[in-house]
Design a protein around this ligand. Structure first.
Ligand SMILES: Nc1ncnc2c1ncn2[C@@H]1O[C@H](COP(=O)(O)OP(=O)(O)OP(=O)(O)O)[C@@H](O)[C@H]1O
Ligand SMILES: [Mg+2]
Length: 402
């Protein structure tokens, strides 16, 4: 006999509408050696169904005839709630069809009352309990495997989502590269038309020095613009490939700013802006790459000039705090919408041209400035109260120099 896991006696419930059958069954149990069973009895269909659904007993002996209903209907109904219940169907006389239906409905065994004896009953109960034991074990294994599969599935979903995001990111990068190539072609092509016009003018009007001078100035301006564009591109590509090194030396902030202003002055003048230099720390000496730092400030000044209406102001201020030098360039220009702030320093990013009237350019200036400042161990931040409210760019450099 299989003992219950907790060592207690095995509780059997007889579901039978005939009290005589209960007495007979009880006496069969009494004959069993060791009396390991406790037998209870219910006479009605509903009580029996309720007991099986609740799992009130270890084994159920279920009479085939239960008033107008039958034991197989009860078993079928109970299976949904308690699929592993150990149920043995009892019937008055052997009938192959009932036997077949009983097993199909999930009964462990089918016994004829007329041939029943204690040995047969005990063996059948033992068999039913074993079957229940294996079924419960199987269900636990299936549940554990299902949980493992669900966990594996969840990890797989995470991997797939990450892959999908990777593919989407690549597509986006690819799209931006295409867009960049189109802008690059446009930017490189743009200065060529005025240069060609200027050359035609020089050829035709070589005897009118003023007109020729203006044409030469125009060629000069366009060439300077193209050289800057190509230099920016070359720099960014060298930095990206780690082929770029700073040449650091002690430099005075005032010299760096003077070089930057000199470089950007034509752009500031063309935009008819007032430049106010309020730097109070000009004599400060930094260990920096003189040309590259000037390039950073020049890029910021060029932007201020590019994105500010004529008559506006560009102001440069500086301060020292906790051995950090900060230099801010503030303009009264078109400003930057808050949602664009996070993308400002990304390579080839230009804010929607309709939003703040981005001008020509490749969207390299800020990305390059940020990389150069970072290489100096510093930071570059942008601030703007929004469209139409100007912008401030602040460079912070650690002041660890002599
Ligand atoms: N001072 C500013 N005021 C308002 N918008 C700005 C300012 N500086 C930069 N921006 C915005 O940030 C974008 C990126 O600037 P960035 O300098 O990288 O590129 P760009 O000026 O458009 O082109 P490039 O510098 O390569 O010629 C600009 O297109 C512009 O929309
Ligand atoms: Mg720029």
């Amino acid at each position: 006999m299989i003992p219950r896991a907790d060592g207690a006696t095995i509780r059997v419930l007889l579901i039978d509408d005939d009290s005589d059958d209960y007495l007979i069954t009880k006496s069969l149990f009494a004959e069993m050696p060791g009396h390991p069973f406790e037998i209870d009895w219910v006479g009605g269909y509903d009580e029996g169904l309720d007991a099986i659904c609740r799992g009130s007993h270890d084994v159920y002996l279920l009479d085939y005839r239960l008033g107008i209903k039958d034991g197989i209907a009860l078993l079928t109904e109970a299976r949904g709630k308690n699929p592993s219940a150990a149920v043995i169907i009892l019937t008055g006389q052997g009938e192959y069809e009932i036997d077949r239906k009983a097993i199909a409905a999930g009964a462990s065994d089918y016994l004829e009352k007329s041939r029943l004896d204690s040995v047969l009953l005990e063996r059948s109960i033992r068999h039913a309990l074993l079957q229940k034991y294996y079924q419960t074990d199987l269900e636990a294994t299936v549940a554990a495997r299902t949980r493992e599969l669900e966990a594996a599935n969840a990890s797989l979903k995470i991997v797939v989502t990450a892959r999908e995001k990777g593919v989407a990111d690549l597509k986006e990068a690819d799209r931006r590269k295409d867009e960049f190539l189109a802008i690059l072609a446009h930017e490189l092509r743009n200065p060529l038309a005025p240069i060609r016009n200027a050359l035609t003018i020089i050829k035709l009007k070589h005897d009118a020095p003023k007109i020729v001078d203006r044409a030469i100035e125009m060629i000069d301006r366009q060439v300077v613009h193209m050289v800057r564009l190509i230099d920016d591109l070359t720099d960014i590509s060298r930095i990206t490939r780690n082929k770029f090194h700073l040449i650091r030396e002690p430099v005075r902030l005032s010299e760096v700013l003077a070089a930057a202003i000199e470089h950007s002055q034509p752009q500031i003048d063309r935009s008819e802006l007032g430049l106010v230099d309020r730097t109070a720390t000009g004599e400060m000496v930094l260990r920096a790459d003189r040309l590259r730092l000037a390039q950073v400030f020049s890029n910021l000044l060029n932007n201020a000039a590019k994105y500010t209406e004529p008559g506006g102001t560009v102001e440069i201020t500086s301060a020292v705090h906790d051995r950090v030098l900060s230099v801010s360039i503030r303009d009264t220009g078109v400003g930057i919408p808050a949602e664009q702030m996070p993308h400002l320093f990304e390579l080839f990013t230009q804010i929607d041209r309709t939003l703040n009237r981005s001008q020509n350019g490749l969207g390299i200036g800020l990305a390059l400035a940020l990389r150069l400042v970072t290489m100096h161990g510093g930071t570059l931040e942008a601030a703007s109260e929004g469209l139409g409210h100007g912008a401030t760019f602040t460079v912070r450099l650690p002041f660890d120099a002599e």
